[in-house]
Design a protein around this ligand. Structure first.
Ligand code: PLP
Length: 393
């Protein structure tokens, strides 16, 4: 058979020996995917430890919703538990059920609460739904009574975000406190609220929400109070209350936009070079010829695209990096690839199979968010499933 390729097992063994590092599964698998994502678990723990003294004595919980902002709750949460974190927040009951397998002992709260019918799942998996309103409260009260469960519940008040929680008029709060006192099986363990404008320190909404929480204190004297997420921790001691709930700062996102980031970087994303080519001036580049070469240009095609969570808004705006050298994205982000201008890189410095940084020391999560016209949170939680993931301890 003319031109047929010999793919017999014996011949493939020889190929693996010649092209791959047979001793290293990871080297082999990294060559088979478009990007590699390195997640520094040690940096997450350092960030957790760095937030503790900033919280002026408040307990520091960890928010691990959305799979720990895309970084892998099953890896992140046990590390934080080993570092002393005993309280975890997820958004959804299903996330709590998955997390319970990794955290047999920790307290797990569900920010969105339990939908009608999900109360039993919460009880079975020892999840605490945050009770955001009367109907959720009554359903939880009934489910816990039937199950013979006695214990604390978590209540959220809407102190000014119009998203989750009981109205914070003191009369409503008093009515709720009286209602709970009439049950013989429930107490209030946590009273929480969420800041709408914490990333804008001078916004007067911040002190207004804090003062609303302070006014609720005497109504729930035995409860722990919680208001601050990552940015709120940096608003100062009066926002810390008893428990703070950082998410983003643990994962290296800057808690105060526009200021130097005190958190350790956690994520590095590198993309593999598929091809390097030189095009003549006038060449149309990528879909729609959204870019045209102004003169001869050396281009590298990288094997990640919007299917990997790279925002399409990086078209013509994003960057890859060769150490500190910026390699601008040219033309549109495709589903599985982008094209970057490597004309300024030394000849031969970018070659087929090399990895270039997309998120890294030269440009972190927040920088990529800015380029994409979004925030670091969205870049993180969009990180795709096709990357080879490496966890550093
Ligand atoms: C997501 C979330 C947090 C964590 O917010 P970060 O800004 O990521 O620290 C805390 N509390 C609530 C209610 C949230 O929804």
């Amino acid at each position: 058979m003319d031109g047929a390729v010999d793919l017999s097992p014996r011949r493939l063994d020889i190929l693996v020996d010649e092209t791959g590092d047979e001793d290293s599964d990871s080297a082999w698998s990294e060559a088979t995917c478009g990007g590699r994502l390195t997640i520094d678990l040690g940096a997450i723990v350092r960030n957790y430890r760095a937030l503790t003294p900033r919280a002026s004595g408040a307990r520091v919980a960890a928010v691990v919703k959305a799979d720990a902002y895309g970084l892998g709750a099953g890896r992140v949460a046990p590390m934080l538990a080993a570092a002393g974190c005993d309280t975890f927040f997820v958004a959804q009951v299903q996330e709590g059920i998955a997390l319970r397998r990794d955290l047999p002992m920790s307290r797990i709260l569900v920010l969105n609460g339990a939908a009608p019918g999900a109360e039993a799942a919460c009880l079975v998996h020892r999840l605490e739904p945050v009770l955001n309103g009367w109907s959720a409260f009554e359903a939880w009260s009934r489910a816990t009574r039937i199950a013979g469960f006695r214990g604390p519940c978590a209540i959220q008040f809407d102190t000014g975000m119009a998203r989750f929680g009981f109205g914070f008029a003191l009369a409503d709060a008093g009515r709720l406190a009286a209602r709970i006192a009439r049950t013989d099986h429930m107490t209030v363990g946590l009273v929480m609220s969420h800041l709408a404008c914490a990333d804008t320190p001078e916004d007067p909404t911040n002190p207004a929400q804090r003062d609303a929480m302070t006014a609720l204190r005497p109504i729930f004297p035995a409860a722990a109070f919680s208001l601050a997420a990552s940015s709120g921790i940096f608003l100062g001691q009066s926002y810390h209350l008893d428990l703070v709930r950082p998410g983003a700062a643990l994962y290296g996102v800057a808690p105060v936009p526009g200021e130097a980031n005190p958190m350790c970087p956690v994520v590095r994303l590198e993309s593999q070079v598929v091809q390097v080519r030189t095009v003549p001036g006038g060449a149309g580049i990528g879909y729609g010829h959204a870019a045209r070469a102004p003169g001869p240009m050396r281009l590298a095609t990288l094997a990640v695209g919007y299917a990997d969570g790279l925002p399409r808004s990086l078209s013509g705006r994003g960057s890859a990096w060769l150490d500190g050298l910026r390699l601008p994205v040219v033309g549109r982000v495709s589903m599985d690839s982008i094209v970057v201008d490597v004309s300024r890189a030394p000849e031969g410095a970018v070659a087929h199979g090399d990895f270039l940084d997309l998120i890294g020391p030269a440009n972190g999560i927040d920088g990529v968010g800015r380029e994409a016209g979004t925030i670091g949170y969205e870049v993180l939680t969009s990180l795709g499933r096709r990357y080879v993931r490496r966890y550093l301890a």
